[in-house]
Design a protein. Structure first.
Length: 473
């Protein structure tokens, strides 16, 4: 039995229902399931005497993974970059593995997930009074990005009732970027059709897109301009490797002066800019070029799903949501067929190869869980500190700092706990936290205040000077 025929559709159905995978626990669980399933499938294939060979076009995904890996190793915030690397690598892995599974099963699973999410959104709208329902996603824009990828599939398969329901849900989200993207794709599709009535319909779709642009709030557009400006400055400072996959939100405070009434964001609200800021210009150009090439090659309705998501991602963060990125990568794999497998000889060799695949899967699963385990232990230490068990909490944090020395949150929590009981040691913890994460403005302010309480004006001034040097505003 091909375990991928169960694992991939199952993950496609569940991942969007877990808030889009933005939660660390959900992201870790899905990554573990995918890694374990892939390892078990490969071990079974090897034990049966065959080595699966993917399509030659899969090697572009491997090259993209190398780009992301280089950006991770060059990142000044490698600990925080783990999450972004997992999102990228496992999206590309899903792309590669999908050609060994049944696409119709995965599409059915996504349809199931879509109906569940739309039902939740309708409940929020008409029974809970939500102005712009987000279903189970973190907000309505992320949910709209998910629907935008399902809509062309429903229309292309002539499931018109399903498409109408999904379109109504898309309109209810109030996500103007999604409306614009859908209208533009509809206009392009209609223009490619023959006949005057199609041309008139294309003009109507373009008018809808223009209307959506008109009704976009000034606050939303001005906030995006600030986020895009910060992303461009990041690209300018680190054009080759960026700052690391998934770290835009951690680096952003150093590139934007806080405003009392300004909007804040963990994302750049532009996938191309965010990709270049996090993984470098070369990675962004290669990845986006590969996506455009796949749009040209794909002949099924999936090409319109990819195009719609890509257009929306120009001014929103829909593809920064892990579940949406996974679905986007699955769409990119449409039409790929694996090459003929290589036959393996020798029962002993096949057995060793299968065991090696399982061992590699176990090692990958262990690496995947590191961030989640550290976060759980950090929350446990914080709970102990709040309960007054500061000594126990500090002992645990010391042990954690030896196990995960690159995690800046560990010395930062130690500093917060030690501020009142041992200010000099707290200052050392702050210094360590700033070495690991120099982009957090509050750490400089807290350290300066601590030095001031110790009566050391020289070190206080030094901390503020370092802040001025680290902040690019």
């Amino acid at each position: 039995m091909n375990i991928l025929k169960i694992a991939l559709p199952g993950l496609a159905a569940v991942y969007p229902l877990l808030g889009g995978g933005t939660d660390l626990s959900a992201k870790t669980a899905v990554a573990l399931a995918l890694a374990a399933g892939a390892a078990a499938w490969l071990a079974a294939e090897l034990a049966a005497g065959t080595l699966p060979i993917p399509s030659k076009k899969t090697f572009a995904a491997l090259a993209a993974a190398v780009f992301f890996g280089c950006a991770f190793w060059a990142s000044p915030l490698r600990w925080f970059s783990q999450a972004g690397l997992k999102t990228a690598i496992f999206g590309l892995a899903f792309f590669s593995l999908s050609q060994f599974s049944e696409r119709k099963h995965t599409e059915t699973a996504l349809r199931f997930s879509g109906w569940v999410l739309v039902s939740a959104a309708l409940w929020q709208k008409f029974f809970l009074g939500a102005a712009e329902p987000s279903s189970l996603f973190i907000n309505q824009n992320a949910f709209a990005g998910f629907l935008l990828m399902l809509l062309p599939l429903s229309l292309g398969r002539k499931r018109f009732f399903e498409a109408a329901v999904f379109l109504c849900a898309l309109i209810l989200t109030g996500a103007r970027g999604a409306w614009i993207s859908f209208s533009v794709c509809a206009a392009v599709w209609l223009l490619l059709c023959e006949g005057k009535k199609f041309k008139a319909a294309a003009a109507a779709a373009a008018l809808c897109a223009g209307t959506a642009v008109y009704f976009m709030s000034f606050a939303s557009l001005s906030a995006r301009a600030v986020w895009w400006s910060a992303a461009l400055n990041m690209i300018k400072e680190s054009p080759v490797f960026g700052f690391g996959p998934g770290v835009f939100g951690f680096v952003y405070p150093a590139f934007h002066r806080p405003q009392p009434l300004g909007l804040s964001s963990f994302y750049a609200h532009s996938f191309p800019l965010e990709l270049a800021a996090e993984a470098g210009i070369f990675c962004a150009v290669f990845f986006l070029g590969w996506v455009l090439l796949r749009i040209k090659e794909i002949k099924s309705p999936a090409r319109w799903s990819i195009l719609a998501a890509l257009i929306m991602s120009l001014q929103d963060y829909c593809l920064s949501v892990p579940a949406n990125f996974l679905i986007f990568c699955w769409l990119l794999s449409d039409g790929l067929e694996p090459q003929s497998p290589v036959k393996l000889k020798g029962a002993a060799f096949r057995g060793v190869a299968a065991i090696a695949a399982l061992a590699a899967g176990l090692g990958i699963c262990s690496a995947i869980s590191q961030e989640w385990r550290a976060e759980r232990k950090l929350l446990s230490a914080k709970s102990l500190a709040f309960a007054g068990q500061t000594e126990t909490a500090l002992l645990r944090l010391d042990a954690m700092s030896r196990k995960w020395p690159s995690n800046p949150n560990i010395p930062l929590l130690s500093a917060h706990i030690r501020q009142k009981i041992s200010p000099p040691e707290a200052a050392q913890d702050y210094e360590r936290a700033l070495q690991l994460n120099p982009f957090r403005p509050a750490s400089y302010d807290e350290l300066a205040a601590l030095y001031r309480s110790l009566g050391n004006r020289q070190l206080e001034a030094g901390a503020l000077r370092r802040k001025a040097s680290a902040m690019r505003w």
